[in-house]
Design a protein around this ligand. Sequence first.
Ligand SMILES: [Mg+2]
Length: 262
Amino acid sequence: MESSVITQVHKEDVQVSPKAGQVSRSALKQPRSCNLFKALFCCLRAPDGPKHPPPPPPPSQQALLEAQENGALAKLCDAGLLPRVTARDQGKICVVIDLDETLVHSSFKPISNADFIVPVEIEGTTHQVYVLKRPYVDEFLRRMGELFECVLFTASLAKYADPVTDLLDQYSVFRARLFRESCVFHQGCYVKDLSRLGRDLRKTLILDNSPASYIFHPDNAVPVLSWFDDVDDAELLNLLPVFEELSRAENVYTQLDHLRGH
Ligand SMILES: [Mg+2]
């Protein structure tokens, strides 16, 4: 059984139901359900929850209040969650990239063709996590690292996500890694509040399979279908031309509007 030990918060069954995006053509397809998935590695909505994300809350003040009440979140840093922009990334757009079901799929169930097997210690016991890489993920990350300041941002726990990223990021694309403690816990989900990064939001994008993750900043999002094991999936490959175009944008809001056909 896939347990919720990685997330350690959500123990109820949940279902993946990403919002179809308009940027990638294949993102318009209906996503597959995944009723086995139990909020293992990141934030997912409950099966009886709304089909679509609730409307964005008022500016992050409400979220910050919840964060304070929650008491398990990273302390706000005046300078933002990210370190200073390095010389090689000056002028580049910052892209926040999700891990689970965006770049990889992981499971406690043995996967015969797993790309990685990562030991994760939970409450004194070592568990094996089997990790599948999404098709074209290597090519995707390599090019993204050339075009953008790339940041890994996952709602999963660092003790799982960090070693997975060590194996996945063979080109050292990620300038920084943010884990669950950097999320805001809002209405039962871990939200990636882009306003806390310390970057110009007009120069910030998020690539994530879960719309709940970017509910505070939907206009910065490039949606991507959740991936589990489809060997024919070409979503990452298909997104590269989109990101090539976005990398030249002065303002991501304007460019994403254009790509969405508005
Ligand atoms: Mg995800």
